[in-house]
Design a protein around this ligand. Structure first.
Ligand code: NAD
Ligand code: UD1
Length: 334
């Protein structure tokens, strides 16, 4: 059975992917420096699955530490989640973002080359489509014009991966372009833990429902959309995690560099998400409409056909499931 290295595997998406891989019989090795995660996540992955995980507390920019890991573990593929992801912070601290996100990727690729590891799945983002493409976003569109250094790191890494794959015909790379991940594992044992005041909508909703935040501000209701609020493609993190298992199986059998959208293909407005959360959880949310947030795009969602075609993957969880599981996670974890 294949042994998979998850860089950043103690984080939000990595931990859910670890669960799905273990459930499918893969062996999991996690490398994480715990910059944005807690060690207890490893125990929780083991508790959910009843299987053990090998954990390395290392920085994946540290070449000798990555080399030592690949020397010891018999790794068949790498799923690379490790990176910084706060869009606003990346505008304030671009060097920190370019250094960590690019360096981590180069270090892993160099060590993989030396250890003859030929499969790489990368956490990219819908942000690589930039603000000018028509919707839905299709993988064949020209990417670029990213609106933040964070987004530009994803764009640059996709380009690096294309170039590296072009020189090694055995290398298989899949760049998964995530849309908006929300939700948590239904057990309530793992989920997203934003540090400080959340920037993203769903954690802001759950923290407002819990009374941690006084009031949710809807950023603008004067967009050119049916109800005036922005539209996004929200995807349950368990569906997203299963998308990684499907991409891994694809990468085990196909060489080359392939970008694939992981989204539901369906747009949901901010008001729709709020109303669904209130209905499913029987909660009245305290919210008000405020001004637009700088840099927000009115609407985007995925064309999800390529994932269906190449990976035989599509989403199964509903928006209701996401709202229920996000709230369950918020209630069980302080
Ligand atoms: P996360 O912060 O929860 O997980 C990232 C993990 O990487 C953390 O556990 C952190 O400690 C670790 N890490 C960071 N730098 C490291 C380093 N140099 N060495 C070792 N470990 C390191 O984030 P997430 O939401 O799980 O996102 C995972 C990936 O998916 C990221 O690359 C992110 O940019 C990308 N992504 C996330 C979203 C989203 O909305 N969550 C959307 C699109 C893309
Ligand atoms: C942002 C990032 C994207 C990243 C994603 C998930 C940009 C351009 N995109 O997307 O790279 O992958 O987060 O981490 O920055 N909203 C409110 N009130 C709030 C918070 C959000 O109304 O308090 C609205 C926003 O205006 C937006 C929607 O909710 O319309 C979703 O926002 P958010 O969760 O931050 O995700 P994105 O902006 O889509």
């Amino acid at each position: 059975m294949s042994r998979i290295l998850l860089s950043g595997g103690a984080g939000y998406i990595g931990s859910h992917t670890a669960v799905e891989l273990l459930n499918e019989g893969f062996e999991v090795v996690i490398a994480d420096n715990l910059y944005n995660a807690e060690k207890s996540v490893i125990d929780r992955i083991e508790e959910i699955t009843g299987k053990s995980v090998t954990f390395y507390e290392i920085d994946v920019c540290d070449k000798s530490a990555v080399d030592a890991l690949l020397d010891k573990e018999n790794i068949d593929a790498v799923i690379h989640f490790a990176g910084y992801k706060a869009v606003g912070e990346s505008v304030q601290k671009p060097l920190m973002y370019y250094r960590n996100n690019i360096d981590a990727t180069l270090t892993l690729l160099e060590s993989m080359k030396e250890h003859n590891v030929k499969r790489f799945i990368f956490s990219s983002s819908a942000t690589v489509y930039g603000p000018f493409n028509a919707i839905p976003y299709v993988e064949t569109m020209k990417i670029g014009d990213c609106t933040s250094p964070y987004g530009t790191t994803k764009l640059m890494i996709e380009k690096i991966l294309d170039d590296v794959a072009a020189t090694d015909k055995e290398l298989s790379v899949v760049s998964l372009r995530y849309f908006n991940p929300i939700g948590a594992h239904p057990s309530g044992l793992i989920g997203e833990k934003p540090s400080g005041i959340p920037n993203n909508l769903m954690p802001y909703i759950t923290q407002t429902a819990k009374g941690i935040r006084e009031c949710l501000t809807v950023f603008g209701d004067d967009y050119d959309t049916p109800d005036g609020t922005c539209i996004r493609d929200y995807i349950h993190v368990v569906d997203l995690a299963k998308g990684h298992v499907a991409a891994l199986k694809y990468a085990l059998n196909h060489a080359g560099s392939t970008p694939i959208n992981l989204g539901s293909g369906k747009g949901t407005s901010v008001f729709e998400l709020i109303k669904t959360f209130e209905r499913v959880n029987n909660i009245k949310l305290n919210y008000k409409v405020g001004p637009r947030r700088d840099g927000d795009i009115a609407a985007f969602y995925a064309d999800a056909a390529l994932a269906k075609k190449l990976l035989n993957w599509e989403t199964h969880q509903t928006l209701e499931d996401s709202c229920r599981d996000s709230w369950n996670w918020e209630c069980k974890n302080k």
